[in-house]
Write a protein that binds this ligand. Structure first.
Ligand code: HEM
Length: 170
């Protein structure tokens, strides 16, 4: 009897844990739409922004853009996705994470462009261990910054930015 009760309890806890991880969270701003889902040590992110140029999301800047873990990319006219892992190396600039391909901590799942909106879905570790990335604590407030450009040149400045501070939660 005790064994059955234990099995039921384990199944209950497992169901709770998995249902928590299945939750798709959403943050909707005027020109940006962010959806995310926690899967173990990874976060799956769908970033959508109102442009056919480059789009970007950044995590936990210390000031404006500085120190943010920036993920940036675009979908070209052939539908191919270009995406890079950057960081805010000053309040008004960013550069590719140091350390070559090893420091490019993301995996692109898909990307598309439709009706003046670009969407890129990718996964990244909550804690990559890379000094140019930020550790995402699911219980603590995280500042998220957004930016977009007119064209596919990720070196060009944004024409629009936004930000929000939220708790990511499992
Ligand atoms: C070459 C690329 C970039 C340049 C030259 C640049 C430059 C600047 C400058 C000069 C500002 C000050 C305010 C303004 O003039 O709008 C700023 C603000 C900002 N940037 Fe960037 N930026 C670049 C890319 C990015 C990227 C990739 C992000 C990614 C999320 C970003 C997010 C922001 C945010 C959130 C602000 C704050 C806006 C505000 O507080 O009103 N920027 N940037």
């Amino acid at each position: 009897m005790k064994k059955i009760a234990l099995i039921v309890m384990v199944l209950f806890v497992m169901t709770w844990v998995f249902s928590q991880e299945d939750v798709i969270h959403k943050l909707q701003l005027d020109s940006y739409d962010l959806q995310w889902q926690i899967q173990g040590e990874q976060i799956i992110i769908t970033l959508k922004a109102n442009t056919v140029g480059w789009i970007s999301v950044g995590f936990n800047p210390s000031r404006i853009m500085k120190d943010a873990d920036i993920k940036i990319g675009y979908v070209d006219d052939q539908g191919d996705v270009f995406f890079e892992d950057h960081f805010g190396n000053s309040m008004f600039s960013h550069r590719k994470d140091r350390g070559g391909n090893e420091a490019q901590n993301f995996h692109v799942i898909q990307g598309s462009q439709q009706d003046e909106w670009t969407e890129i879905q990718f996964s990244m570790p909550l804690n990559s261990g890379d000094e140019n990335d930020q550790i995402l604590d699911l219980q603590e407030p995280v500042k998220i910054i957004f930016a977009m450009g007119y064209g596919d040149n990720i070196r060009a400045k944004h024409f629009n930015t936004d930000s929000a501070t939220i708790v990511l939660q499992p």
